[in-house]
Design a protein around this ligand. Structure first.
Ligand SMILES: Nc1nc2c(ncn2[C@@H]2O[C@H](COP(=O)(O)OP(=O)(O)O)[C@@H](O)[C@H]2O)c(=O)[nH]1
Ligand SMILES: [Mg+2]
Length: 227
């Protein structure tokens, strides 16, 4: 009789152990990327803006701390990754550079799929790139919807004597659309981290808001109304 109970207990312990291991593995898979590095959030970020505003240079500076003097057209779709830690949470940023000719109408809706944030970039020395922002914003609203976090970047602030857009003009445009505004230089590595960190903060805040809304829909509070 004693042996019988001992066997049952062992079986129970074995089952418990197997299930615990499976649960642990599930947790690990959920928060682990393909290289085995853990992260708490994954954010798909798109760099948008006219050709030659400095998108590829900003990406290179932010992910590899390098700068390229030569202009080369991005061939195909390209993304780089950088993981940062904010308030004890790691955020893996998957940052996408636009493919080929960055004319706003040539970017397909496919590119926006699954995106969490947009870095909208213009060149402080090129008025056209600033004037085209309206068309870009329309495109983002059409394909990306309202759930996207956005920041506006005026790049090449090192070229102060060639500047054609003032800080006030850039800031007023961003304020009108409710976007944070940063002036950066990929060449001098100025203010780039601040722009990406702000975008990551907005993405997390937006995710938290969506999670909260979802939990309210899934667990609605019982009405206190009397019958
Ligand atoms: N002075 C200066 N030149 C920059 C800066 N960022 C990019 N460039 C130059 O602008 C050109 C276009 O940059 P690129 O990143 O290829 O533009 P993209 O078409 O938007 O990807 C290149 O010659 C870069 O060296 C910057 O912050 N300052
Ligand atoms: Mg490029």
């Amino acid at each position: 009789m004693y042996l019988y109970y001992k066997n049952i207990n062992q079986k129970f312990l074995a089952i418990l152990l197997t299930h615990s291991l499976a649960f642990f593995k599930f947790l690990l898979i959920k928060h682990t990327n393909m290289n085995g590095v853990q992260y708490d959030h994954l954010a798909k970020i798109l760099l948008l803006g006219n050709s030659s505003v400095g998108k590829s240079c900003l990406l290179l500076r932010y992910t590899e701390n390098r700068f390229n003097e030569a202009f080369y057209s991005t061939i195909g779709v390209d993304f780089k990754v950088r993981t940062i830690v904010m308030r004890n949470k790691s955020i893996k940023m998957q940052i996408w550079d636009t493919a080929g000719q960055e004319k706003f109408r040539s970017i397909t809706s496919q590119y926006y799929r699954g995106a969490h944030g947009i870095m909208m970039i213009f060149d402080l020395t090129n008025k056209d790139s600033f004037n085209d922002l309206d068309a870009w914003i329309q495109e983002i609203e059409r394909y990306g919807g309202e759930k996207l976090a956005k920041v506006l970047i005026g790049n090449k602030c090192d070229l102060e004597d060639k500047r054609t857009i003032t800080f006030e003009e850039g800031k007023a445009y961003a304020d009108k659309l409710g976007m944070p505004y940063f002036e950066t230089s990929a060449k001098d590595a100025a203010n780039i981290d601040a722009g990406f960190v702000k975008l990551a903060e907005l993405i997390i805040a937006m995710e938290n808001r969506i999670d909260k809304k979802r939990s309210i829909v899934e667990n609605p509070k019982k009405s206190s109304c009397c019958m």
